[in-house]
Ligand binder design. Structure first.
Ligand SMILES: Nc1ncnc2c1ncn2[C@@H]1O[C@H](COP(=O)(O)OP(=O)(O)O)[C@@H](O)[C@H]1O
Ligand SMILES: N[C@@H](CCC(=O)OP(=O)(O)O)C(=O)O
Length: 372
């Protein structure tokens, strides 16, 4: 068996609280420096990497001199806000040593459920990757209460994998992978080397967190793999202190537990788009635009739109019709219905003059477009 990471070009790496904070004793600077070095090697292989890192609360607890995890939600939020400064600082320094810039991105689950914010987060992250930056993501703990109680970045990692259609999610934790039972409790537990993401028998094997600092345990990791698989991303769960784990995975060595996605990436995305049956609006295209979309695999530009039906917001799914009224494609719109009415039949270079801003030269980018 070869690791799926060898073929993956866009990878989400999630490092858990139990790892990054070395069981709660502040941030483990040398471990973080080693992951940064490995990610730099992955980048040199041409892979794009997004890091989802926990550890803000644990670092904040240390800085604010809490000896135990506070139970008061607002004290937890204060810890997260203080500790996030430490996290950002250490990642920036560690990646700088390899000539790589980092960006701090704080997200909530609600951000990713909102179509417009979803599209904005997606565009920002893909732009950062294009600019050669490593985005460092954490939950925006200041504004949420539910997530902070459960403290689960595994789910966030999967949501980000769906968001930017990553090929793989690597969850680094304090165990060598998923075992048949919690190895802290069952000495006979054995490592599961490979399984299909979403296989329900895995959920029964996975227990809660074993350490005092980790929260979600294995169950959130198994569920994250199931979620990541919805957009076709494979998941690997591995021990974060395994020597050069990320680099060896990229060389094809199977390490930890590999949970493969049953559906291919593009099929999964198409399915998601086609499932949005209730599209909010329609645009009618001229023959030239129909040709570009259906024959040449191009994006839809406003110049090819001749009419708009219905109301829709940025980020919603709209249907593209040809002049006879036949639906030919569906996709996520970069502009609202009223904006499209103003920019249709115009070239993309005129968008700024008409609207005063540009969300992108395309009305629907080809990555967000499915032909019917
Ligand atoms: N089947 C299992 N296999 C491996 N670890 C398990 C299993 N069930 C429960 N665990 C526990 O999950 C813990 C990892 O989860 P957690 O502490 O939340 O880590 P992280 O902070 O990396 O998210 C392990 O230390 C282990 O005790
Ligand atoms: N966002 C918080 C907690 C997230 C968290 O601990 O998640 P996990 O690593 O999945 O146990 C933090 O940075 O401390």
């Amino acid at each position: 068996m070869k690791s799926v990471i060898q073929q993956a070009s866009r990878i989400i790496v999630k490092v858990g609280s139990s790892l990054v904070t070395n069981e709660g004793r502040g941030l483990d600077h040398s471990a973080i420096a080693r992951w940064a070095a490995q990610i730099a090697s992955l980048r040199a292989l041409g892979k794009e990497v997004v890091l989802v890192s926990s550890g803000a609360i644990a670092e904040g607890m240390l800085r604010l001199q809490f000896s135990a995890r506070p139970t008061d939600i607002h004290e937890l939020q204060a810890c997260a806000a203080v500790g996030q400064m430490g996290l950002a600082q250490i990642y920036e320094t560690s990646f700088r040593a390899h000539g790589i810039g980092t960006a701090q991105v704080l997200l909530t689950h609600a951000d990713l459920a909102d179509r417009e914010r979803y599209l904005n987060a997606r565009s920002t992250l893909t732009t950062l990757l294009r600019l050669g930056v490593v985005p460092i993501i954490n939950e925006n703990d200041t504004v949420v209460t539910d997530e902070i109680k459960f403290g689960d970045n595994d789910t966030l990692g999967a949501l980000v994998a769906n968001l930017i259609e990553a090929d793989a999610l690597v969850i680094l934790t304090d165990q060598r992978g998923l075992y048949s039972a919690d190895p802290r409790k069952d000495p006979a537990a054995y490592l599961i080397e490979e399984a299909q993401a979403g296989d329900e028998s895995l959920e029964a094997m996975a227990g809660g967190a074993g350490s005092s600092i980790g929260r979600g345990g294995m169950l959130t990791k198994v569920l994250a793999a199931k979620r990541a698989a919805r957009s076709g991303a494979h998941t690997v769960i591995a021990w974060g202190r395994e020597e050069d784990a990320l680099v060896r995975l990229a060389q094809g060595e199977p390490i930890g537990t590999q949970l493969t996605a049953p559906t291919a990436r593009l099929t999964a995305r198409r399915q998601w788009m086609v499932d949005h049956l209730h599209t909010s609006g329609e645009v009618v295209l001229d023959a030239g635009a129909v040709q570009k979309l259906t024959q040449e695999g191009k994006s839809l530009l406003p110049i090819g739109v001749i009419a708009v039906n219905g109301k829709f917001r940025r980020g919603e799914v709209i249907t593209c019709l040809d002049e006879s009224g036949k639906a030919i494609a569906r996709g996520l719109t970069n502009y609202t219905g009223s904006e499209v009415r103003r920019i249709m039949r115009h070239s993309s270079s005129e968008i700024e003059a008409i609207l005063g801003y540009v969300e992108g030269p395309e009305l629907i980018h080809r990555d967000n477009l499915v032909l019917l």
